[in-house]
Design a protein around this ligand. Structure first.
Ligand SMILES: [Zn+2]
Length: 359
């Protein structure tokens, strides 16, 4: 973030074997090597205890990815990843069903308190456009309902606080959802805007199965060349090599969400200045000149480029060569940096949460 640098976190281990971090099995071995002790402590802790962690990161920074990976590695059964956005989409569906709507309204009549009349709050839910905000008090009541449905587990909350007033609400949130004995933690995530921008710009999807990939960052096995451009084709067996396409608007990158990103940055800085709540600081990037000291090279996100080989194949088509190199971007303070794969960020998350819980 501009003018706010989170501390670097060292995940480098001398003589580490090389792991393919996109492979589920190798990823398990990787976590065992880098955070085995902490994972054991967390599992033991979660047998009898929980925590609430608020994920604060910019839109499209991939915060859900980190929480889901933490859950996959540490304890699938005792950890929930809870997204306010998903919750609102579910509530939207409930409102279409008269029976479910009745139940929802009955719950809110008992549990909602706020400055907007309930009828108005509900209609703002029904007639909402993306730019229109829901009252924070309504979101709180809905979150309470959703969390109570899931049984008492550790939760990562994604999407709350979303507005400045909600930072103060988050201080009392665990009381509201009846987790008052459990520790709560703010997880602040710093991802350079250039990373978010390029992720959006290079994103392609399969028109048949909707799988999302990236020409630059996550290619399929099949790359094609036509009319001076390279394309990916879907390698799912049912799609018979359908050409993956850019979603309309993605070529604009972060332009359409600049305002949202600015609000998110203010939120993160606001939460950063909070007292009394433990904070976990995660960073997605490491300055190029610190990389050797802090990271093993397989922890850096690779970027892919393509070139046509000179010699033609017998079919008359040219062979395509894929060039892999570390993905380098300028961070928000203009330092040349490498972007990290999700696993090293999650190692940092595991270690810092263990510390925040004093295990
Ligand atoms: Zn497909």
């Amino acid at each position: 973030m501009k003018d706010l640098d989170f501390p670097l976190f060292k995940t480098r281990i001398e003589n580490s074997p090389k792991f393919d971090l996109t492979d589920v099995e190798q990823r398990k071995e990787y976590f065992e090597l880098k955070a085995g002790e902490e994972i054991k402590k967390l599992r033991e802790y979660l047998k009898k205890n929980t925590f609430i962690a608020y994920l604060l990161g910019k839109k499209n920074s991939g915060k859900g990815t980190y929480a889901k990976m933490f859950k996959e590695i540490v304890d699938k059964n005792m950890i929930e990843h809870f997204s306010i956005g998903d919750m609102i989409r579910e509530v939207d569906k409930e409102l279409q069903d008269p029976e479910k709507k009745k139940e929802l309204v009955a719950f809110l009549e008992k549990n909602y308190r706020g400055f907007t009349p309930l009828e108005e709050a509900i209609s703002s839910l029904e007639g909402r456009t993306t730019s229109k905000l829901l009252p924070s008090e309504l979101i709180l009541a809905l979150a309470k309902r959703e969390i109570s449905k899931r049984g008492k587990k550790a939760i990562f909350i994604d999407g709350f606080p979303r507005e400045l007033d909600q930072v103060s609400y988050s201080l009392f949130f665990r009381d509201l959802v009846d987790y008052r004995q459990d520790p709560d933690i703010m997880v602040l995530i710093d991802v350079p805007e250039t990373v978010i921008d390029e992720r959006i710009k290079h994103r392609v999807i399969c028109p048949l199965c909707n799988t999302s990939r990236s020409l630059k960052l996550l290619p399929t096995k099949n790359v094609e060349h036509e009319g001076g451009k390279f394309y990916l084709s879907c390698d799912n067996s049912g799609c018979s090599g359908a050409r993956m396409v850019t979603k309309e608007g993605d070529e604009l990158g972060i332009e359409p969400i600049r305002e949202r990103l600015a609000i998110d940055e203010t939120l993160i800085k606001r939460a950063f200045s909070l007292y009394g709540v433990p904070k976990v600081l995660l960073r997605n990037s490491v300055p190029v000149d610190k990389a050797d000291e802090m990271l093993n090279d397989y922890e850096i996100t690779p970027a892919y480029d393509y070139e046509l080989k000179d010699d033609n194949l017998p079919t008359g088509r040219q062979e395509i060569e894929t060039i892999e190199k570390p993905w380098q971007v300028n961070d928000d303070n203009n330092n040349p940096s490498y972007s990290l794969m999700p696993p090293p960020v999650v190692v940092s998350l595991i270690k810092q949460i263990t510390e925040a819980l004093k295990l």
